[in-house]
Ligand binder design. Structure first.
Ligand code: ADP
Ligand code: MG
Ligand code: MG
Length: 255
């Protein structure tokens, strides 16, 4: 089993207004085999948590810790985090001009495993995963994220997830911009990875829609950089009915 532990995490970002606190003491434990949803209104700090786990230089950890099986994640380079079994799918993935999907995946797999996968099994695995995600085989020859539609970006993320076989995956707004058919295909991919490898999932989402397809064991509500409520799947159902209004100060209700 692998355990990702986030303890009393405080994170700031530099803005024109100076140093701004975004996360104000987040504590969370995710084990392989578990699915946790972090839900919350826009601007509550969900993506900041994902970027901090990913090691984005823009975010400063002021105090608290992130460990993976007791190892200090904050001391690891981005590559080391991936090798340690963390997978981060960002809300706004970057383009990698001149690098095709197929080369990107093989390079990432080689970096994570420490040796190149055998061509024959690798090609077979890539084909099978692309087929399962209903991706056109031509997609493998396109440059990473260049001109990808929202849905293609998400499928490409799940393709990585299936092929790189991490221990713990952080998926930030994987549902955004997907129509229902694409959402189902992407969710099935996550569920396959959960079944195949016992993947632990931290699913970050504003909307409850994806939670109909990927059922969380635990739901955490983040507001203003803190987890303000925790529960089981029934909490997601309640948020679907009630929204976030009861967590927000009067007058700040979301439309
Ligand atoms: P969420 O993902 O829950 O919508 P974010 O983590 O994106 O929230 O943002 C939380 C708050 O931190 C927002 O007020 C946002 O404007 C601010 N913030 C996040 N990242 C940056 C950044 N790189 N520069 C300036 N402000 C940021
Ligand atoms: Mg382990
Ligand atoms: Mg976000």
């Amino acid at each position: 089993m692998t355990v990702l532990e986030i303890r009393d995490l405080h994170v700031t970002v530099e803005t024109e207004a100076g140093t701004t606190p975004i996360l104000n003491g987040v504590t969370l434990t995710i084990r392989t085999g578990e699915t946790h949803a972090i839900m919350g209104p826009n601007g509550s700090g969900k993506s900041t948590l994902a970027y901090t786990i990913a090691g984005h230089p823009k975010y400063t950890v002021v105090s608290g810790s992130i460990t993976l099986d007791g190892e200090d994640v904050l001391e690891m380079s981005v590559d080391e985090r991936a090798r340690a079994g963390l997978f981060l799918a960002m809300q706004y993935p970057v383009e990698i001009p001149g690098v095709t999907v197929t080369n990107f995946l093989r390079t990432a797999k080689t970096a994570i495993e420490g040796e190149a996968p055998s061509i024959r099994t690798w090609t077979k695995d890539v084909k099978a995963s692309m087929k399962a995600l209903r991706m056109d085989p031509k997609f493998a020859q396109r440059n990473v994220n260049e001109g990808f539609s929202g849905g293609e970006k998400k499928r490409h993320e799940i393709l990585q997830l299936e092929l790189l076989k991490p221990q713990i995956a952080v998926l930030d707004e994987t549902d955004s911009g997907l129509d229902v058919d694409a959402l189902k295909i992407v969710s099935e991919g996550v569920n396959r990875a959960k079944e195949a490898t016992g993947l632990g999932v931290l699913l970050i989402t504003h909307y409850t829609r994806i939670l109909r397809y990927i059922r969380p064991d635990h739901v955490h509500v983040m507001v203003a950089g803190r987890i303000v409520e925790e529960g089981g799947p029934e909490l997601a159902d309640r948020l679907e009915d009630e929204g976030y209004d009861r967590f927000l100060p009067a007058g700040e209700a979301e439309p």
